[in-house]
Design a protein around this ligand. Sequence first.
Ligand code: ZN
Length: 429
Amino acid sequence: MKSWPSPFIPAVPGTGLPVRVHDNASGAVRELTPDGTARMYVCGITPYDATHIGHAATYVTFDLLGRALRDAGHEVLYVQNVTDVDDPLLVRARRDGVRWQALADMEIALFREDMTALGVIAPDYYIGAVEGVPSVVKVVTDLLNSGTAYRVELPEGEGAAEACDIYFDLSSTPDFGSVSLWDRDQMMAVYAERGGDPERAGKLDALDPLLWRAARAGEPSWPGGDLGDGRPGWHIECTTIALDYLGMTFDVQGGGTDLVFPHHEMSAVQACGITGISPFARAYVHQAMVGLDGQKMSKSKGNLVLVSTLRGSGIDPMAIRLAVLAHHYRTPWEWTGQTLLDAQQRLATWRAGLSGNGGPSADSTIARIRECLANDLDAPGALAAVDEWVTASLEQEGTDPGGLELVGIELGAPGLVGRALDALLGIRL
Ligand code: ZN
């Protein structure tokens, strides 16, 4: 699937530090140690509604990680999926009386525009669930043949007489639980509300995830060979796309904290079941939730701040990106009107501070930005380093408009800081 145009990344003198991030599976901040190319998979959207600030935070965070890895000397191979067929999309399309493909196409187009505006580097592979169906069919067939998946008859009156849904047998692998580190009670408490079907009769274990949903009347389906017509479950979509384009074992599996369980847990355990190799990813990195008015921002609650709405009202996308970067990715935060005002003020101050030909030396500021990013993506720390440089620059201008007579002023320093902002933080002034 077509992604979006990537921004140009200017060169910055020097090299970034090895990058450390928080890995959920080990519960610790760990250094990423890619074997040459860093391989990253980030779960994409289900395109039934527009990009909200919580999504923006997720994709900006992993964009920041990709930039830090590039700056540290790695090539980055980045894969993102788009769940362009799944229950929420079908339900929304039915509710709104539109074709599900048309709804998906429209929201994916809007997502591309939002990502472009926010300066997010495009994935190397942007893969839709529909594109991945042949891989899912092959993998699920193999799992059935090896006895790690099983058939469950359809409820009375649903689907064709011989049709069966297919589930993964969690008891077949010892890896279950190694990503979330949750106990069974924690898992059961959220499984149903996060797309699971613990009540489904005929499953061996209430938590066993759906691999293949047999065709139902009024739902899209694809030929599944021995599986029968149907469509992929959500988790196996990401398992197969990651295996196809990155392979075992890749460096970073990313997404929001609401994906820790069941999505990332199930994606990983299925991959281990398919390949016999563990782990799926070396680090599982998660963006904290962004709230609004004291609640998690979510489609189901309807309390969304949309990137496209902000852009449509004339807000500079770089101010939106700065508003996101002002918060550490692991700390939940709330979007308020003040959040945006602060970011707009900071953007204006930075533009003023970077508008001259000379300024304080850029070296230590660039070094601090790199240190902060390498230290578990401390974006607020990096912003503070830039704030200090800008303040010093503006003070120098105020002292001597000619500037160059003063000791400590370097010609070209604003250009260097500007390139660092662009390359490392994705902020174009
Ligand atoms: Zn995913």
